[in-house]
Design a protein around this ligand. Structure first.
Ligand code: FES
Length: 127
């Protein structure tokens, strides 16, 4: 759901991506979020829509997904912490590749993203 300049909700058909209210659409300094083409990816088997060019972490947070991995030591849930590529907390399995920093990796139509449990499980062929 998007927002008009007057702060009223727009019909979903007026926006390019179904935007949950967690996405910043109108910023007081940067201005309005420009339109972007829609891409689709799956996250643990669930299809979500994202804005082309945005980072995977941004797309997940906008779709109300906050647990990206679990700690290898305690098993506790983790989600983005620094959002600038300096911590391990946003690492997920992306198209079968483990330890992908989702805050630094743009979405791509058709990509498959999975929660990484602990150190993850290699599902690919030989390295
Ligand atoms: S949130 Fe820290 S590297 Fe992505």
């Amino acid at each position: 759901m998007g927002w008009t300049e007057e702060g009223e909700k727009m019909a979903e058909s007026e926006t390019t991506v179904s935007s949950p209210e967690t996405r910043v659409i109108h910023h007081p300094v940067l201005g309005d979020l420009p339109d972007a083409p829609v891409v689709h990816l799956t996250v643990d088997g669930r299809e979500i829509a994202a804005r082309a060019g945005e980072m995977i972490a941004a797309a997940l947070l906008a779709n109300d997904i906050h647990v990206f991995r679990t700690s290898p030591h305690s098993g506790e849930p983790r989600g983005p912490f620094c959002a600038v590529g300096r911590c391990p907390d946003c690492m997920m399995s992306v198209d079968g590749v483990l330890n992908v920093q989702t805050c630094q990796t743009p979405v791509r139509d058709g990509m498959s993203v999975e929660t990484q449990h602990g150190l993850g499980t290699w599902k690919g062929g030989e390295a």
